[in-house]
Design a protein around this ligand. Structure first.
Ligand code: 13P
Length: 260
């Protein structure tokens, strides 16, 4: 289903999202999509999302054109519409290149590139301005977890990220809980722990957007692979998965896309 600027998009759940990070350039992206589509028949009981690097966006968007069950997103945007911001792209540019959603506040953006809650809020607002859905990522570091600060960290990131939106009744929003200590480490949150944090996030979402909170997909991310995807997806409140390393190779991504 195409995103309608100003109107909530629907994302049949589970939402299975591939964050390729800095992998799969334009030529590889095209081969990936061709191979994926050969094996993955359209189905309406889930949503597949691919976040390629920005340069590969047009190739992926062209490859999946006509497949309403597959969405294409960009991994990052700048909050301005245009201007002197060397190396950046705007939400409008991403949309014009074929993106229908944006990843905001990924832990690598926050911790490697110094992205703050304030910047995340501006990016969410920029996505709203451009009529794009956005997936806001939240998650605690190991230090914060050990200090017992997990709940306050993720709730703070959620509240801050949504603080600059104009109209909470129409905004197209997904959340991803990605504990920083679980990303790329082979360590997972236990399904029960993920469920507890997701329930907490949903309750805060309810405070912010009311009844719509129930329809907002909350994904888990952090060392998801084809061996643990099923059990994580079966956990209460886990509406999908945001997958890094195991989404880069088509064979592995096909196995995850087919779970359960
Ligand atoms: P890994 O699946 O490689 O741990 O990465 C998770 C992630 O950061 C997805 O956005």
């Amino acid at each position: 289903m195409a995103d309608r600027p100003g109107g909530p998009a629907t994302f049949p759940r589970p939402v299975l999202a591939a964050n390729w990070k800095m992998n799969n350039g334009p030529a590889q992206a095209k081969s990936f999509v061709d191979a994926f589509l050969q094996e993955y028949a359209a189905r309406n009981d889930r949503t597949i999302v691919v976040f390629p690097p920005a340069l590969s966006l047009p190739a992926v968007a062209a490859g999946v054109r006509g497949r309403t069950d597959i969405r294409v997103g960009t991994q990052n945007i700048h909050w301005a519409q245009k201007g002197a911001f060397t190396g950046e792209i705007s939400a409008e540019m991403a949309r014009d290149a074929g993106a229908s959603l944006v990843l905001v506040g990924h832990s690598e953006r926050r911790h490697v590139f110094g992205e703050t809650d304030d910047m995340c809020a501006k990016k969410c607002a920029a996505a709203e301005r451009a009529g794009l859905a956005f997936m806001l990522c939240v998650g605690e570091t190991l230090e914060q977890r050990e200090a017992g600060a997990t709940e306050s960290v993720v709730l703070g990131q959620l509240e801050a990220g949504l603080s600059g939106l104009r109209d909470l009744s129409t905004v197209n929003l997904l959340l991803a809980y990605e504990p920083v200590w679980a990303i790329g480490t082979g360590l997972n949150a236990k399904p029960g722990d993920a469920s507890a944090i997701h329930a907490l996030l949903r309750s805060k979402l309810h405070d912010i957007v009311g009844e719509r909170a129930a329809a907002i997909p909350i994904l888990y991310g952090g060392s998801v692979n084809d061996g643990n995807a099923r059990v994580l997806l079966a956990a209460p409140e886990v509406d999908g998965l945001l997958v890094g390393g195991a989404s880069v190779e088509v064979a592995s991504w096909l196995r995850i896309s087919g779970v359960p």
